[in-house]
Write a protein of this length. Sequence first.
Lengths: 297, 262
Amino acid sequence: MTPAIRIDSVTKHYGAFQALAGVSLEVAQGEFFGLLGPNGAGKTTLISSLAGLTRPSSGTLEVMGHDVVTDYRRARMKFGVVPQELVFDPFFSVRELLRIQSGYFGIARNEEWIDEVLDNLDLLPKANANMRTLSGGMKRRVLVAQALVHRPPVIVLDEPTAGVDVELRQGLWQFIRKLNRDGHTIVLTTHYLEEAETLCGRIAMLKAGKIVALDSTRALLKQFASHSLRVRVTDADAALAVGGVIEDGSWVTFGFDAYADVEQLLARLREAGAGVEEIQIGEPDLERVFVEVMNRA
Amino acid sequence: MPDRESERFSPWIGFRTLFYKEVLRFWKVGFQTVAAPVLNAVLFLLIFSHVLDRHVTVYGDISYTTFLVPGLIMMSLLQNAFANSSSSLIQSKITGNIIFVLLPPISYREFFTAYVTASVLRGLMVGVGVWLVAAPFVDLPMAYPLWVLMFAVLGGAILGSFGVIAGIWADKFDQLSAFQNFLIMPLTMLSGVFYSIHSLPGLWQSISHVNPFFFMIDGFRYGFFGQSDVSPWLSLAVVGACFVLLSALTLSMLARGYKLRN
């Protein structure tokens, strides 16, 4: 099956600065894919290159098998982007904007789908309101609606929940998950790593324009992050001899791979003279993976 | 399949929508974009005709006020055609909403045509507005209506295209106003809107001949009076050449994605 996105050896230079240093990547149709990295890693440049907003210095990018430069009309028809910045046209109402955006994609009559999108994003009551009068969260929803007007099979969300309240965030993810279940490919960039961990089946991490990790979320968690055992002990110095890290005062943290290791750790603490008063076990999380990967790269 | 809609694309609808959006944008602030320029032109007409009408005749027996009206119509048309595309683009760039036009599968040719056509339309609306307001007070002949229309459309298209260039090139409103105040305004004011160049000394007549705005206005005026300072065919050739050159430059900038697609 044709990949939803194929990126092959893409570089991008801005003068002496190299924003992308030979990125190659494939995203299969129907995936929920995460693109993570610190600020300036090249995520937005990569997305802009896919969207045709930036022209790569070398390499090729395809959306659903269509080259974004030589076959840009078909590629863009299949691609929807929710931009990072909260941008809007102050001259128009929400419905006018969506009609106009539909027209840009060659769709003259799109009212049914516009209503469905507005309804799913709880925007129907604001359909005739001017964009200037909407709150930041509402404007963010309109950006999502604009990206969906032409029903693109591939949707990229560039930091879609930045500055968005919890209720809207949950509603938004519910809708995006539904789109993914319906067969849309979703690519997400976010600084909220718990969102990426929950939603994305596969993740690529970028640093300085290079992919430094690319695997399924589960494999990344298994490969880079261990479970943690936090214990409150009677003698923290004694616990240090066992190999732990003091967090605050009497709390010491140990990493472990299998639950069977916990028993051995507790036995060694007892032998070292550090009495255990309280125990907490932490699951591996993407934040730790992210920190580990970025430190190694 | 989620992409059943995305298989189809109609370039005509894309162009038509961008044109419609550009028209709607200026129409929603019609007082500022159409009514105010008409009022400005009428004020020029009132002041100059009051001062000069009894003292000056042009092309033999044409009163100064009658001579002035076509020049004012064309001046307003040109300035507003430029203002339309340039202000729309710089606003979109500064607010960031230009991406909504850049993300869809609209070609650079459709982009160019939509912006320029909307500029021509705004210019024509302002021009017709000045004409309608002046009509009850001035008996304006119309010797060759097609020449009037041809120069109006070509002039509007030249300035609309120039507005696209300025709007793309400028990074801030200050740079755009420099275009308007230091280039468009002097060139239109010194193009024979308010006088026939035959009334100028030899040197200034020669200088006027390198101002393309002079040919736009002189050719346009020929359509009304059947008389002009230079041959209307020469004016048409100069205006036509300007349109081709500016369009080629604008299309080349858009094709390269200059300042729009990094």
